[in-house]
Ligand binder design. Structure first.
Ligand code: GTP
Ligand code: MG
Length: 240
């Protein structure tokens, strides 16, 4: 037998004797169940917060005949990027430490029609008595050097389980269609690693400029909308 085959046989024996032993499988089972349970709490929290936004959209649609929300996206952080973050930040590998320190396991992205809708929805969410604000980052007022704009909120909401109530953190990113358009494309371009350093700096500058242009467009669209609604209101008042 050549060396390659000897190593292959040894590896297979190691896996059979160690990684497939009853003790090891029991170890995985004991750790996997609490992890799966924790992830299911985050999925429930996403459902809770998503419903809150859907209810607000529905109410606005009935009351003012318009939908401030263009779309909602949600995601649970993948196991891979969760492990990466735990490692990079040196967080202890316990469920409590993960729950406490990693605030973006449950993520919701709310795409709004106009910039003012973002703050209006934020206010509507935060005035609900079961929502607690943990952290707020306004990257619209202070965009990131990349040009990234969005309003980030970390909120805590209760989820009601069979015999227990748990508070769970959810990261909510609120942005306009224009901000989302820019962030999605920039995210795609960011992973194109084959670009040489000198060119990538130039491209980064250009991307930041595109974000500015996009923000100006948002502003103009907001002004147009405000004009239209004031004309509408005047018309309504005259008729009344
Ligand atoms: P993370 O460890 O990345 O979560 O950093 P953080 O906790 O300081 O969060 P931050 O406020 O920077 O927001 C992180 C999230 O915002 C990312 O997961 C992205 O969804 C989004 N984001 C932040 N900066 C950028 C950016 O420059 N470009 C794009 N496309 N998205 C960004
Ligand atoms: Mg984050």
């Amino acid at each position: 037998m050549d060396l390659k085959n000897i190593l292959k046989t040894r590896k297979e024996k190691f896996v059979r004797d160690n990684l497939m032993s009853d003790e090891f499988l029991e170890f995985i089972r004991q750790n996997k169940e609490p992890y799966d349970m924790l992830m299911s709490y985050y999925r429930c929290a996403i459902m809770e917060v998503e419903t809150k936004f859907k209810v607000l959209n529905e109410q606005f649609s009935l009351q003012y005949d318009r939908n401030p929300i263009e779309g909602i996206k949600s995601r649970i952080k993948s196991r891979k990027s969760l492990i990466k973050k735990i490692r990079n930040r040196g967080i202890p590998i316990t469920l409590e430490a993960i729950e406490e320190n990693i605030t973006d396991i449950a993520g919701l992205r709310i795409i709004c029609s106009f910039p003012e809708d973002i703050y209006m929805l934020e206010e509507c969410l935060l005035e609900q008595d079961d929502v607690t604000l943990i952290e707020r980052k306004n990257y619209i007022k202070e965009p990131k050097p990349s040009g990234y704009r969005s309003l980030h909120l970390i909120v805590e909401v209760p989820i009601f389980l069979h015999k227990e109530k748990r508070n769970v953190k959810v990261e909510v990113q609120l942005r306009t269609i224009a901000m989302d358009f820019w962030a999605s494309l920039e995210h795609k371009l960011r992973y194109k690693k084959s670009i040489p350093e000198n060119q990538s700096q130039e491209l980064a500058r250009e991307l930041a400029e595109c974000a500015e242009i996009s923000a100006m467009l948002d502003e103009r669209m907001q002004i147009i909308r405000n004009k239209i609604s004031s004309v509408q209101e005047n018309g309504d008042n005259k008729r009344a």
